[in-house]
Design a protein around this ligand. Structure first.
Ligand code: ZN
Length: 315
């Protein structure tokens, strides 16, 4: 038996302006810029990773910032909201901080047992801060001015906007998630335990059409595999269904398999190891451009093609 999937590993979304994206996630949300690299499938553009102080699985929000990307439009077959976990007592702090930064944030009230604050990033990516009693301790980014007690812990979970229910839920069930609640058109699934990012909500919206990917869209979500052996076992499980799963791909900081769930959302299973300290010390994560070994010989050409960015520190 493969080791269970305990929650999300990362969420990857599309942005437009790289500097604006970097500033929002580091300066407003107080996340750490844990890796500055390029899109392995498109070395002319960046791949940014944000997370907690050490880039723990379950805290990693990544972006492809494409300066000329047009905005996406939300529809079914997409991850419609990405939610961060904070303690219940931090909701007021976050509401005030977002409003002070000029980010319209709205208290969406109670959802199941949690309090929800809804807002969007500068590209329109729909985000939530979820205050709940189960929030653990944060590995607080050393680069952030957010007080430790209020720091974003990592992911609470995501909401999948779907045209149907059955076939998506079948896949979540295969991955070991169980339904723990429902309210209206929202069905909540959870992985065993209380790891970060263990909640997946399925929001059934049959009246919507398919969305169009663009800036402000989530590109895919990744679940965690404990190690390479577990990932191969999960790959066997998925390959035994009608889902079309990729071979294992080397993403340097983790290894990945991808498959599209029948509702249209691209799923990935990524390994916890080797992690983001693979090619630079934890002390200086994100400070310099990291390239995969096969692109290192072309570093000066790759660097020239990328827009300049500046990393600001609060501390
Ligand atoms: Zn990914």
């Amino acid at each position: 038996m493969a080791k269970p999937i305990v929650g999300l590993h990362h969420v990857t979304a599309i942005a437009s302006d790289p500097q604006r994206n970097l500033d929002f996630y580091t300066q407003v949300l107080g996340l750490r810029f844990v890796k500055r690299t390029i899109n392995f499938d498109d070395p002319g553009s960046y791949h940014f990773y944000f997370g907690d102080d050490v880039g723990s699985p379950g805290t990693i929000l990544t972006f492809f910032p494409w300066p000329h990307a047009t905005r996406g439009s939300l529809g079914v077959g997409e991850t419609s909201e990405t939610a961060f976990s904070v303690p219940l007592a931090s909701m007021e702090f976050w509401e005030n901080r977002l409003l002070a930064a000029g980010v319209p944030a709205e208290r969406a009230g109670q959802r199941f047992e949690e309090e929800v604050l809804s807002f969007a990033d500068p590209d329109g990516l729909r985000l939530e801060i979820v205050g709940h009693a189960g929030a653990g301790f944060a590995k607080v980014p050393r680069t952030s001015d957010v007080p430790a007690e209020h720091a974003v812990r990592g992911f609470f979970g995501v909401t999948l906007c779907e045209g149907g229910y059955e076939s998506t839920v079948d896949v979540l069930t295969i991955l070991g998630l169980r339904k723990i609640g429902e309210h209206g058109a929202r069905f909540r699934f959870a992985a065993e335990g209380n790891a970060l990012g263990n909640y997946i909500d399925v929001l059934v919206q049959p009246q919507l059409t398919y969305g169009r990917m663009g800036a402000g869209s989530v590109h895919h979500i990744a679940f965690r595999a404990a190690d390479d052996a577990s990932q191969l076992e999960w790959r066997e499980v998925i390959a035994a269904t009608s889902l079309n799963v990729t071979p294992v791909l080397d993403r340097t900081y983790f290894h990945s398999i991808y498959f599209r769930e029948p509702g249209g959302v691209l799923f990935e299973i990524a390994t916890d190891p080797p992690g983001f300290a693979l090619d630079e010390p934890v002390e200086s994560l994100g400070e310099t451009l990291k390239l995969p070994p096969w692109l290192e010989p072309q570093r000066s050409r790759v660097e020239r093609a990328l827009p300049a960015i500046e990393l600001h520190h609060h501390k």
